[in-house]
Write a protein that binds this ligand. Sequence first.
Ligand code: MTE
Ligand code: MO
Length: 200
Amino acid sequence: MSPISRGFRGRRPQVDGARVPPGQHVVEDFPVLSAGSTPRRPLDAWTFQLSGAVDEPVSWTWEGLLGLPAETPTMDIHCVTAWSKLDTTWRGVSVDTLLEGVETEAEYVSAWCDDGYRTNLPLEDVIGGRAWIAYEFEGEPLEPDHGGPARLLVPHLYFWKSAKWVRGLELLVEDWPGFWETAGYHNYGDPWKEQRYEGD
Ligand SMILES: Nc1nc2c(c(=O)[nH]1)N[C@H]1C(S)=C(S)[C@@H](COP(=O)(O)O)O[C@H]1N2
Ligand SMILES: [Mo]
């Protein structure tokens, strides 16, 4: 018998290693990782707000968000707990669209959420077509456990930066580390540089 079974190898999912950051492995399922329990907010009590270093805070109702031009990005996502999920398809509004016409001195943002979670990012990481407020996953409304009704999606950074149940972005002149960033995780979190923990 051949020591290598072609049949066995043939059933393995084909993974392009160049798409998987160091120390990560590809999963087919979609794990749920939350610091607390899933908050439930009725859509008629939901708003999304841009606040902080802006002349006037701007906010959208749920209907208002759905009325904005949407995009359907297909992206790979990378969780610091070492799973990566390839080719996930989302639908949502680009943060560029929300920031159109907004004048700001800010260089950072803090995303805030209905569960009290916060995460911080450089402003430049949420513009230029790299971040969305996502409300659909694989063609279905985003499930509450995965951040529904809407979450921030920033796939080029570790997934803890993709704030679930997001309600707004506070624009900041000075950086303000969030929940995991003050608990020993890396402030920036580039999966390609394996920036998992403070000091990486
Ligand atoms: N509001 C909020 N967003 C959050 C979290 C959280 O606890 N609260 N957990 C983060 C972490 S650590 C990860 S890995 C991802 C997990 O997203 P998922 O549950 O959809 O896989 O959400 C991130 N966004
Ligand atoms: Mo995480």
